[in-house]
Design a protein around this ligand. Structure first.
Ligand code: ARG
Length: 527
C-alpha cells in the first residue's frame, strides 16, 4: 500500500493535503507519538472497517449517497489489508482508514466516507464491538474455569479438610464444599459479565461528533447492521460515556480478585507446612539455584494480575471522573486500561482454569489434619452439651473453652481422646462418656448431620454440584447464542456488501470506471 512506501515527511505532507488541508501549522513527530493511539488501534481495525461499511450502506439506503459513490466506498473499504501498517502521522486507525479510501478513490468520492459521522461516534462504537467479543471470550473462559472447579468439587465432595477463619483452624468442611464457594463467587461474576454485555451492546453511531447530523441518518439501521440490540440515544451521552468500559474493567478486576483469593490459598496449601495439594509440574517452575524448589508460579502471577487490574480500574475511573461533556482525548487513554484488564482476565482464566482442573489434592494429609486436630470439633461438643444436657449455648461454650485451656496447659495435642471420662466429666461438669465424645469427632459423621441448605454435607455438596453443572450448560448456551447472533450480523453485513459489489446495475458509468481503475493500478504498483 502507498502509505508504507512514504517517508514521514511525505506522509505528513500528503495527509495534510488530503485530510486537514489548511487547519494547523507544522506537524511534530514527537508530539504525534505522544497523542496518537496507533500503538493500540490495530485491535479496532476490523470493527472500524465494518462500521464504515454499515454507515455507507445506511447513507445509500437513505439516498444520501448515490449508488456509484456508495459502491466505490464499499469496494475501497474491502481492499484495506487486515494487517495494514497504520501510520502515526495520521493519528489513529480512523484517519488511516479514511486516508486509505481517499488515496484509493480520490478526494471527490473517497472524501464522502466521513459524511455524517465522526471519529467520536465511530471510536465509541468500535470499542463496544471489540468489547462484545472480549466479554464473550472471557465468559467462555470463565465457564471453563467453573467447570474445572465443579469436576474437582465432585471428585472431592467427601474429602474432609479443616475449614478456616482468620487462617486459624475452625471447623471441618470438605474440599468440594470449599471449591463450590469459589465457584459461586465466579457465578456472580458471569452474571455481571452478562449484564455488562447488555449495556455494551448498543450503538453510538449517528451521534456524530456530539450533535448528530444535519443529514437524515438512520441510527437504528446502522445499529442493526452491526448486530447491536439498540442505540445509545442521547448524542452527547453516546460519544462521551464509557461506563460500559469501566464496568467491564470492574467485572474483570472482580474476576481476578476472586481467582486471586483461591491463588493465595494454593500458594499456602502447596507449602510443606500445609501440603494439602499438589500443582502439576507444568504450572510451576524451579529455582536456578535451589534444585529442590517447585514454585507455584501460576497462582503467583494471577495474584499480581489482580493487583494490576485494581490499578487499571482506579486509573479508568480517575480518567472519567471530571471530564466535561462530551468527547475529550482523555477517553483514548482509557482504552489502554480496558484492554490491559480484559486481556489479563482472559489469559488468567485460561491458564488458571486448566491448572485447577489438574490439581491433585492430598487426601491423606487432609484427612489426617481433620481427624487428629480435635479442636476442630470444639463447637460440635458445645452443641452437644446444649442438646444432651440442656445447657445454654453460652454456658456450653465456656465449659468447652475451659477444656481447651486445660488441654493446652497439659500440652495435649489431642483434646478429648487423651482425657479419661473422669477428667472430661469434671471439667465439662456433665456426666459425659468417652464414647459420646468419640462420636462427635468423626468428620464425615459431623458433616452428614448438617442438613441446612448450603452446608458442607457431602450429599448436599453433590446435589449442589449437579445443579450448578446444569446452570453452567445454560450459561454456555446463552453465550453461544450471543456469538451466533454476532456472527450472523457480520455475515449478513458481508453478504449485503458482496451483493452490492457484484450488482451490475449499480456499476459506475464507463468513464468513471476507467478513472478508478487507473487509480487502482497506480496504487497497486506502489504497494
Ligand atoms: N483516537 C481516538 C480514541 O481512540 C479517537 C479520535 C477522536 N479524536 C478527536 N480529535 N475527536 O478515542
Amino acid at each position: 500500500m502507498l502509505m508504507h512506501a512514504l517517508s514521514v515527511e511525505d506522509m505528513t505532507k500528503k495527509s495534510e493535503d488530503i485530510l486537514h488541508a489548511g487547519r494547523l501549522g507544522k506537524f511534530d513527530e514527537s508530539v504525534a507519538a505522544f497523542t496518537s493511539s496507533i500503538d493500540i488501534d490495530p485491535r479496532l481495525l476490523e470493527a472500524v472497517v465494518q462500521i464504515n461499511s454499515a454507515h455507507v450502506l445506511m447513507l445509500s439506503d437513505q439516498k444520501i449517497l448515490d449508488n456509484y459513490v456508495a459502491r466505490s466506498l464499499l469496494r475501497a473499504l474491502q481492499r484495506i489489508p487486515r494487517n495494514i501498517k497504520l501510520s502515526k502521522v495520521l493519528e489513529d486507525v480512523h484517519m488511516n482508514v479514511e486516508y486509505f479510501v481517499i488515496s484509493f478513490l480520490g478526494k471527490d468520492v473517497g472524501g464522502m466516507l466521513n459524511l455524517a459521522k465522526s471519529r467520536n461516534d465511530q471510536v465509541a462504537t468500535a470499542i463496544r464491538m471489540d468489547m462484545r467479543k472480549a466479554l464473550s471470550q472471557i465468559a467462555h473462559a470463565l465457564i471453563g474455569m467453573e467447570s474445572s472447579l465443579i469436576s474437582q468439587a465432585k471428585r472431592h465432595a467427601s474429602t474432609v479438610m479443616p475449614g478456616y477463619t482468620h487462617l486459624q483452624r475452625a471447623q471441618p468442611v470438605t474440599v468440594g464444599h470449599h471449591l463450590l464457594a469459589h465457584f459461586d463467587a465466579l457465578e456472580r461474576d458471569i452474571q455481571r459479565l452478562r449484564q455488562c454485555f447488555n449495556r455494551t451492546n448498543i450503538s453510538p453511531m449517528g451521534a456524530g461528533a456530539l450533535a448528530s447530523s444535519s443529514f437524515d441518518v438512520d441510527r437504528r439501521k446502522v445499529a442493526y447492521l452491526l448486530g447491536f440490540a439498540g442505540v445509545v440515544e442521547n448524542s452527547l451521552d453516546a460519544v462521551s460515556s464509557r461506563d460500559f468500559a469501566t464496568e467491564a474493567i470492574y467485572v474483570c478486576a472482580q474476576i481476578l480478585n476472586d481467582l486471586s483469593k483461591f491463588a493465595e490459598e494454593l500458594v499456602l496449601w502447596t507449602s510443606k507446612e500445609f501440603s494439602f495439594v499438589e500443582i502439576p509440574d507444568k504450572y510451576t517452575s524451579t529455582s536456578s539455584l535451589m534444585p529442590q524448589k517447585k514454585n507455584p508460579v501460576v497462582p503467583e502471577i494471577v495474584r499480581a494480575k489482580a493487583a494490576q487490574a485494581i490499578g487499571d480500574l482506579v486509573g479508568a475511573l480517575g480518567i472519567m471522573k471530571s471530564l466535561p461533556l462530551t468527547y475529550n482525548l482523555d477517553l483514548q487513554e482509557l482504552s489502554r486500561n480496558l484492554w490491559s484488564t480484559t486481556d489479563k482476565a482472559l489469559h488468567s482464566l485460561i491458564v488458571f482454569g486448566e491448572m485447577v482442573r489438574n490439581l491433585k489434592f492430598n487426601e491423606t494429609v487432609l484427612e489426617e489434619a481433620t481427624k487428629t486436630d480435635e479442636a476442630l470439633y470444639a463447637t460440635e461438643l458445645a452443641d452437644y452439651l446444649v442438646t444432651a444436657f440442656h445447657l445454654s449455648f453460652r454456658e456450653a461454650h465456656s465449659r468447652v473453652a475451659s477444656l481447651v485451656r486445660y488441654a493446652a496447659s497439659k500440652n495435649q495435642s489431642s483434646l478429648f481422646r487423651s482425657l479419661g471420662e473422669r477428667d472430661l466429666s469434671r471439667i465439662l461438669r456433665v456426666p459425659i462418656t468417652v464414647k459420646e465424645v468419640e462420636s462427635l469427632i468423626e468428620p464425615l459423621r459431623v458433616l452428614s448431620k448438617r442438613k441446612a441448605l448450603g452446608a458442607p454435607n457431602p450429599k448436599l455438596v453433590i446435589a449442589a454440584c449437579v445443579r450448578r453443572e446444569r446452570s453452567l450448560v445454560d450459561q454456555d448456551r446463552d453465550w453461544n447464542r450471543i456469538d451466533r447472533k454476532l456472527t450472523k450480523a457480520r455475515r449478513s453485513l458481508d453478504s449485503r456488501i458482496e451483493k452490492i459489489l457484484a450488482n451490475k446495475a449499480m456499476r459506475m458509468n464507463k468513464s468513471a470506471q476507467k478513472e478508478v481503475t487507473n487509480k487502482e493500478k497506480g496504487e497497486e504498483v506502489k504497494q
